[in-house]
Design a protein around this ligand. Structure first.
Ligand code: GLA
Length: 696
C-alpha cells in the first residue's frame, strides 16, 4: 500500500475523501459539497494530520471524546483496539443485515479493522449514491474468535470536523406536536438527541442536521427503534458527530462467528438547507421507499368524523357521501372489531363485530360497490388485557413477572421478540386483509415500551430484537400483499422514520390536524422527508385537539402540501362546504401527478417571521404550487423558490407573466393584503398560487 493514499467517493454534488496514512490509519479527510473542495491541497492534508478524523472512535486509546464503539470482553474489560487492516472497493454494496437497507448504492469502500485481542472484525461500508446526492454508511462487527463479547455501544456513523460552535437542527416535540424544528448553537459540551421509548418517537426524530463553517451535514437512520445522535464540541477546534442505536441500557452478546449489524445511516452534505432537504427527498424516493409505490388514492377516514360511534348504516352513509365528494378510498378506522367501543378493550381480537359493522366482509363489499376502495385500521403490535387474546395468552404481552405493568392508553404491548407472537401478528393481519380484501391498511402503534422483558433474551437486547422482528413481519406482509397500500401510524407521527418508510410508503404525520399546528409539524418533517410520505387530512371546522376553528380553505391548503385526505363526517357538511370540497378534490386530482413527486421547498422563515408555507415544484420546473401561510401581521414580499430564473410563468391562470427570477428575487407581485380576519380562532391565513410556465 502506498503512503498517504487518498480515496474519493463522489456523489452527485458532494465528495467524501479518505486518507490512508502509511497503510495503517484511515481518516475521513473531508466530506463536502464539490464547490468547497478546492482548498484540499497537500498543505491542508499535512497541516491537519495531527488531528485524527477517524470513521469511528473507541474507548481506552486516549481519545477522550465519547467513543462510537464500546465492547465488553469476556474478562469484563471495555477497551477495544481496532486497527485498520485493509479496504476493498465495492459496487452496489449489499448486506445481510436484518435491518432495512437503501437500494442501488453506487461505488463504495469497505474498510476492515481488526481487534486482535477481542478477535473482532469491524467493517465500515461507505457508499455514494450516484443518481442522487448522499452517502450511506453501514457497519457491522463480527466475532471471528471463540469468546463471546458484548457490544455496549456501536454508532452507525461518525463525522469528525474542525470547528467550534456548530448549530444543531433537531426535530423534537410531543404527541400532536411532532418534529418541531429547534436550532441550538453548541459552544461547548455535548448534546444528545435520542429516544429510549422503544420507537423513533415523537420526542426526538432521528433526523439531525449540523451546520459547521457554512456546511450543513444531515444524518438519519434506517431504524425505527431507540436511537441517539450526539454532538460534542471539544478541545483543539474539534467537533464529533455520531449517530446510531441508543446505547442507553444496551448490550448485545455476539457469539463466535456471529455478526451484529448497526442500522444504516444516510448522510447528506450541502451548503444550504433547501438543497439538503431536496437531497433527502431524492434519496428517499429513489432508494428507500418501496419500489411498487403507486399514486395514493384520495381517501376519507372515519376516525375524526365518528371515532368509535358508528354502525353499518352510518359508515355506508359516510362512504356514499365521500364518494359523491370525489373520494377514491374509504378507510374504516378504529372500533370495527370484537367489543371495541372505546380504547379500553379488544386489541388482539382481530375479528369482526357484526352487530356494529353488519359483517366486515360485506361492509367492505358494499363500500366497493359504491365505486370506492376499502381500507382498514389495525394496531397489530398491541394487546388489551380485556381481550380474548389476553385470556388465552397472557404470556404474549410485554410484561415483567411480578410487576404490575404500566398501561398506556389502557393497553399493553405484544412481545414481538417471541417468534410465536410474531406469527400471531402476521396471521392476524393476513386474516383481516383476506377477509376484507382491503387495498389499504393503517398500521397503528399507540404506546411506548415500559415493561421490557423476555424469557429468551436479556433486556439489553430487547429493543433491537423487537425492531428486527417488526421489520420481519412488515417485509413478509408487504411482499405477500404488494397490492395493498400500507400506512404507518403511531399515535399520529411518533414513528416517522426511514425504517418504516422502507416498507410503508406513507405515514400519518400527526393526530393534530389543526392547520396552524400542521404548518409547523409539516415544516419540520419537510427537512428530511418527501411530501408524499406525509399524510395530511382536512378535518372539521372545530379542531378536536386544538379546539380552534379554521377556514376550510386553510385546512385544505396546508394538507395539500402533503399526501391529501379528508377525516370528517361528510354527512354533516353544509351545502357551501360540499361545493368547496368538491372543487378542492377536483383541483387536487388535476395536479396530483406532479404534486406527489414534486421537489418541495419551505417558503418564508416560519421560525422568525409570520410568513411560512410550502412550494412544490415539478422536476422540469414547468409548474409549481405555492402555499403561502401567514401566522400574524406580515408586510414583506412572498418570495418563491426553485423556479427556472429564465422561464416566464403565469400565476393562477392570470394573463400576465413574470420571470422566474423576479418571482424568486422580488416575490409574487400584486398580492392583495393577506390578513388574518374573521371570527376563526386559528390564527392562520393561507393563499394558494399555481405557477405555470408560459407557452412562449
Ligand atoms: C391513533 C391514530 C389515530 C386513530 C386512533 C384510533 O391515535 O393516530 O389516527 O387511528 O389511533 O384509535
Amino acid at each position: 500500500m502506498k503512503n498517504n493514499e487518498m480515496l474519493t467517493l463522489s456523489s452527485h454534488k458532494s465528495k467524501a475523501v479518505f486518507l490512508i496514512n502509511n497503510g495503517i490509519s484511515l481518516k475521513l479527510l473531508t466530506i463536502k459539497v464539490n464547490s468547497k473542495l478546492n482548498y484540499l491541497s497537500k498543505d491542508y492534508i499535512s497541516s491537519n494530520s495531527k488531528i485524527s478524523h477517524p470513521l469511528f472512535s473507541q474507548h481506552g486509546i486516549g481519545d477522550y471524546f465519547l467513543p462510537s464503539i464500546v465492547i465488553e470482553a469476556l474478562d469484563s474489560s471495555m477497551v477495544s483496539d481496532f486497527v485498520f487492516d485493509h479496504y476493498e472497493e465495492t459496487k452496489g454494496y449489499s448486506t445481510s443485515s436484518p435491518l432495512p437497507a437503501t437500494k442501488n448504492k453506487g461505488k463504495g469502500y469497505s474498510f476492515f479493522y481488526l481487534d486482535k485481542r477481542l478477535q473482532a472484525l469491524l467493517i465500515i461500508n461507505v457508499s455514494a449514491f450516484k443518481d442522487c446526492d448522499g452517502f450511506s454508511v453501514s457497519s457491522s462487527i463480527k466475532n471471528v474468535g471463540n469468546n463471546i463479547f458484548k457490544i455496549r455501544k456501536f454508532s452507525s456513523a461518525q463525522i469528525d470536523l474542525d470547528g467550534s460552535s456548530p448549530t444543531v437542527y433537531s426535530f423534537d416535540g410531543s404527541w400532536a406536536h411532532e418534529r418541531i424544528l429547534h436550532q441550538t448553537i453548541l459552544n461547548g459540551g455535548r448534546m444528545e438527541i435520542d429516544s429510549d421509548t422503544g420507537s423513533s418517537s415523537c420526542f426526538h426524530n432521528p433526523l439531525v442536521i449540523v451546520k459547521n463553517d457554512s456546511t450543513f451535514y444531515g444524518l438519519n437512520l434506517l431504524y425505527s427503534g431507540n436511537h441517539k445522535t450526539s454532538i460534542e464540541v471539544g478541545d483543539q477546534n474539534h467537533i464529533r458527530i455520531k449517530t446510531g442505536i441508543n446505547d442507553f441500557l444496551f448490550a448485545y452478546e455476539v457469539k463466535s462467528q456471529e455478526t451484529f449489524y448497526a442500522p444504516e445511516a444516510v448522510i447528506e452534505v450541502s451548503d444550504n438547507l433547501d438543497d439538503l432537504s431536496l437531497n433527502y427527498q431524492g434519496l428517499i424516493r429513489k432508494h428507500i421507499l418501496p419500489e411498487n409505490k403507486k399514486i395514493p388514492p384520495l381517501l376519507f377516514n372515519s376516525w375524526e368524523g365518528v371515532y368509535f360511534n358508528f354502525n353499518h348504516d352510518k359508515i355506508i352513509g359516510m362512504a356514499r357521501k365521500a364518494k359523491d365528494l370525489g373520494a377514491e378510498l374509504f378507510v374504516l378506522d378504529d372500533g370495527w372489531f370484537a367489543n371495541r367501543n372505546d380504547d379500553s378493550s379488544s386489541l388482539g381480537d382481530w375479528f369482526d363485530n357484526p352487530t356494529k359493522t353488519g359483517g366486515i366482509a360485506s361492509l367492505a363489499d358494499e363500500i366497493r360497490s359504491l365505486g370506492l376502495q376499502f381500507g382498514i385500521w389495525m394496531e397489530p403490535e398491541m394487546i388489551s388485557e380485556n381481550s380474548l387474546l389476553y385470556k388465552k395468552h397472557p404470556e404474549y404481552a410485554m410484561t415483567i413477572p411480578s410487576r404490575t405493568p404500566i398501561r398506556q392508553r389502557n393497553q399493553l404491548m405484544l412481545d414481538l421478540t417471541n417468534d410465536e407472537v410474531l406469527k400471531f401478528v402476521f396471521d392476524s393481519v393476513c386474516k383481516v386483509l383476506d377477509k376484507t380484501k382491503a387495498s389499504y391498511l393503517k398500521w397503528d402503534y399507540n404506546r411506548n415500551f415500559t415493561d421490557v422483558f423476555s424469557s429468551q433474551y436479556p433486556a439489553s437486547e430487547y429493543g433491537y430484537r423487537y425492531i428486527v422482528n417488526l421489520y420481519k413481519v412488515m417485509k413478509a406482509l408487504t411482499e405477500k400483499y404488494p397490492q395493498v397500500l400500507f400506512e404507518g401510524c403511531a399515535s399520529g407521527g411518533a414513528r416517522y422514520d426511514l425504517g418504516i418508510l422502507s416498507y410503508f410508503p406513507q405515514i400519518w404525520c400527526s393526530d393534530n390536524t389543526d392547520p396552524l399546528a400542521r404548518l409547523y409539524i409539516q415544516s419540520g418533517t419537510h427537512f428530511g422527508y418527501p411530501n408524499e410520505t406525509m399524510c395530511c387530512h382536512v378535518s372539521s371546522f372545530m379542531n378536536d385537539i386544538s379546539h380552534h376553528s379554521s377556514r376550510l380553505e386553510d385546512r385544505f391548503n396546508i394538507a395539500l402540501a402533503g399526501n391529501l385526505g379528508y377525516e370528517l363526517d361528510p354527512t354533516k357538511l353544509s351545502r357551501t362546504d360540499i361545493q368547496s370540497i368538491k372543487k378542492q378534490i377536483e383541483f387536487y386530482k388535476s395536479q396530483r401527478s406532479f404534486l406527489l413527486k414534486a421537489n418541495s421547498y419551505l417558503l418564508g422563515d416560519y421560525c422568525n417571521s409570520a410568513f411560512g408555507g410550502f412550494e412544490l415544484v415539478s422536476s422540469d420546473k414547468n409548474k409549481a404550487l405555492a402555499i403561502i401561510a401567514i401566522t400574524g401581521s406580515y408586510q414583506g414580499s412572498f418570495f418563491l423558490k426553485g423556479l427556472n430564473p429564465r422561464y416566464h410563468y403565469t400565476l393562477n391562470h392570470g394573463s400576465e407573466s413574470f420571470s422566474g427570477l423576479d418571482l424568486m428575487k422580488k416575490g409574487i407581485p400584486n398580492v392583495p393584503p393577506l390578513k388574518i380576519s374573521g371570527s376563526y380562532t386559528c390564527k392562520l391565513k393561507t393563499m394558494r398560487v399555481l405557477i405555470e410556465k408560459t407557452k412562449r
